[in-house]
Design a protein around this ligand. Structure first.
Ligand code: G
Ligand code: G
Ligand code: MN
Ligand code: NA
Length: 250
């Protein structure tokens, strides 16, 4: 188990790095954006996955500091990318409810010079389940800044179709588990089709996560999904490895 003291130390010592994973249009295969994914380079234990330390960062409240660092760092990096490439940043429910998220977003945009329209915040349905009105108010605040909102990991956890009706999302990210299952006989293609249809109806785009095969890409394109992310094109990589791709990929 990751220790709070280690986490605290790493925040002050610069032990974290932001990796980026490209997201591609299923229409023309162009790179439309990149998702920022946090990495912890632990001095003894090597790379630690966010899945192993985000929960502790959330319990201890350290996620607020860490999340602010990711936002600032990623915005500064994205400001150097071609203008058509957007940036997606994951936001923890704890950050979402902290009361200071909008201010931190405004500050990161101003400091980096990144246009608000190039920033997308990925939230999970966990932020929506308790206090609807409060969540809705925050989403509208963020919308007013001009950033985009994506609903991450859709279809897992406590997803409810009613969220799609009540909240102003720009994008639905279809969880990897549905992509993995796509080609099997009793697979998830009808579920993906339903999500794509609802999204289109509500003027939202869809991004399929965890696309690993050409067959999955073809099926998703045929189903009308807008974008894909996954190992088929690229795993998350350090900024220095992603930057050249953004200018050379056709
Ligand atoms: O990069 P990886 O596939 O290991 O990410 C695992 C999980 O950690 C994903 O669910 C992802 O959303 C989450 N995650 C990655 N980076 C961040 C971050 O900067 N902030 C938050 N809150 N979650 C993140
Ligand atoms: O929940 P979120 O979408 O933020 O999590 C993204 C996670 O999925 C990252 O940890 C990333 O490393 C991982 N990931 C990205 N693409 C693929 C893929 O094609 N296959 C698998 N198995 N994992 C992926
Ligand atoms: Mn995400
Ligand atoms: Na996800």
């Amino acid at each position: 188990r990751v220790l709070e003291t280690d986490l605290r130390q790493a925040i002050t010592d610069g032990g974290f790095e932001v990796y980026y994973q490209p997201c591609l249009s299923l229409q023309d295969n162009s790179i439309t954006g990149c998702e920022a994914l946090l990495r912890w380079r632990h001095p003894q234990r090597g790379m630690i996955s966010p899945a192993d330390f985000i929960p502790i960062a959330e319990e201890t409240g350290l996620i607020n500091q860490l999340g602010e660092w990711v936002l600032t760092t990623a915005c500064r990096e994205a400001a150097t990318w071609p203008d058509h490439v957007k940036l997606a940043v994951n936001v923890s429910p704890v950050q979402f409810k902290s009361g200071t998220l909008a201010l931190k977003v405004i500050t990161a945009l101003a400091a980096s010079g990144l246009a608000a329209s190039r920033l997308e915040l990925e939230i999970t349905e966990a932020v929506l389940i308790r206090d609807d009105d409060a969540a809705l108010a925050i989403l509208h605040q963020l919308r007013d800044i001009g950033v985009r909102i994506a609903l991450d990991d859709f279809g897992t956890g406590y997803s409810s179709l009613s969220y799609l009706q009540r909240f102003p999302f720009d994008k639905i990210k279809i969880d990897r588990c549905f992509v993995t299952d796509l080609a099997s006989p009793e697979g998830s293609s009808s579920i993906v089709q339903a999500v794509v249809n609802i999204a289109a109806d509500r003027r939202m785009t869809t991004t399929a996560e965890g696309v690993e095969t050409e067959q999955q890409r073809e099926l998703l394109r045929a189903l009308g999904c807008s974008e894909m992310q996954g190992y088929l094109f690229s795993p998350p990589k350090p900024a220095a490895d992603i930057r050249p791709l953004l200018t050379t990929h056709r």
